[in-house]
Design a protein around this ligand. Structure first.
Ligand SMILES: Cc1cc2nc3c(=O)[nH]c(=O)nc-3n(C[C@H](O)[C@H](O)[C@H](O)COP(=O)(O)OP(=O)(O)OC[C@H]3O[C@@H](n4cnc5c(N)ncnc54)[C@H](O)[C@@H]3O)c2cc1C
Length: 376
């Protein structure tokens, strides 16, 4: 009889929940451990576009593609680039009605979709895993503040950029890119902020200059998410020190002095700054000594600067890993083969993302983003 490993998935983000759905569809059992207290405990971040060959393919493998298409915002795929000083439109991409193939979905809605069909109780909330420990028999225990769980034959680290599971495989930590994103919301935009609503249109807009940027994207429920991107000074050991406690609307207003008032007011009119995220990246091409029973998916394996691919790759990794396990005769061998394909793909994409991101947040600014849009 073919051996099925006992499986722990650490992290109920897009990657962890995609793996869970694909496994569940074939009757495989698993436990998911998630640090957050509940599905919507934390602001989940901006809207995501899922690509046909990655995020959508993963949802198809999970049996959720039709459900995604039913709730996705097909109408919000426009892209615009504005001059930072005049706010004149430099470039726009408006797909013909029915032609865009990257519909948008709010993160909370995606998480809801991914949780809907999972068996009751398969996600353990409020379970922060702080250490993975190998046992003499080759299995693993998970340590959290509330106790020790396990043993598990296979631990899948889907715990994002600052993964604790990754720490059991390699000492390498993500590098600070020297750019941070402050995130702000504008709500009820069509009624309260019609000018901002028109500027952003049905999709996203971006304006870049000299290492800074204002990016805004339409989300569901007549809201706009604004990212104010700015250069930071690296702290001790190169680790980012910027945080919500040292960024205010006033510091952002000063950072964007000289920019067109209609762009800056996306920041000053916003309801509040909800998060400040330093942009980090693992070195492209990172590998670790393979260990049976431990593997990574998504940002835990290959966090890279945000250029619209992170969630897509995360979900594809997870779906491919789960499929490889289901179809395997030797699950350990299946994980080895998955890692090779996943890491080779991540290296190719991460090299491109890191180079494009550096260029966008340099003097090249707007031209780099136009090249990136045109080559997408
Ligand atoms: C500002 C910004 C904008 C972005 N925009 C886009 C975009 O437009 N399109 C796109 O494709 N990608 C985008 N990304 C990237 C995208 O968010 C990530 O690539 C994606 O979320 C990765 O999914 P994941 O499941 O691997 O990790 P995550 O989404 O980080 O999920 C990890 C999960 O693990 C949980 N967790 C963490 N640590 C522990 C622990 N110790 N124990 C238990 N649980 C834990 C977390 O709470 C979380 O639920 C953006 C990123 C940023 C920073």
């Amino acid at each position: 009889m073919i051996e099925r490993p006992s499986i722990a998935i650490v992290g109920a983000g897009p990657a962890g929940l995609t793996a869970a759905n694909v496994l569940d569809r074939s009757g495989w059992r698993f436990e998911v451990f998630e640090v957050e207290q509940s599905i919507g405990a934390r602001d989940q971040g901006g809207s995501l576009d899922l690509h046909p060959q990655e995020g959508q393919l993963a949802l198809e493998k999970a049996g959720l593609l039709d459900a995604f298409f039913a709730v996705a915002r097909h109408e919000d795929q426009e892209q615009r680039v504005y001059d930072y000083r005049t706010a004149h439109l430099i470039r726009e991409i408006i797909p013909e009605p029915g032609k865009g193939d990257r519909p948008e979905i709010d993160r909370l809605l995606l998480r809801t979709l991914l949780l809907e069909l999972l068996p009751e109780g398969s996600v353990r909330w409020n379970a922060p895993i702080n250490k993975v420990q190998a046992q003499p028999d080759g299995r693993y225990m998970l340590h959290s503040a509330t106790g020790v769980m396990g043993p598990f034959d296979l631990v899948i680290g889907a715990d994002g950029a600052y993964s604790k599971v990754r720490a059991a495989l390699t000492d390498v930590r993500p590098n600070d890119t020297g750019v941070a994103f402050a995130e702000l919301w504008l709500s009820d935009v069509d009624r309260l902020h019609p000018d901002h609503s028109a500027l952003v249109g049905h999709g996203m807009m971006i304006s870049l200059h000299d290492g800074a940027g204002i990016i805004a994207q339409r989300n569901g429920n007549e809201t706009i998410r604004v990212y104010a991107a700015f250069r930071t000074t690296p702290g001790e050991g190169g680790w980012p020190t910027v945080s919500l406690s040292n960024v205010t609307k006033d510091t952002l207003r000063a950072r964007f002095a000289g920019w067109a008032p209609s762009l800056v007011s996306l920041i000053t009119d916003a309801d509040a700054i909800v998060a400040v995220r330093p942009v980090v990246s693992l070195p492209p091409g990172l590998r670790w000594p393979q260990r049976d029973g431990l593997t990574l998916v998504g940002d835990a394996a290959h966090v890279m600067p945000p250029l619209g691919v992170g969630v897509n790759l995360a979900m594809l990794d997870a779906a491919e890993l789960a499929e490889a396990l289901i179809g395997s005769v030797d699950w350990r061998q299946a994980v080895r083969e998955y890692e090779k394909v996943m890491l080779d793909r991540a290296e190719r994409i991460s090299v491109h993302c890191n180079a494009a991101f550096d260029e966008m947040y340099s003097e090249a600014g707007a031209q780099a983003v136009i090249d990136n849009l045109d080559g997408r």
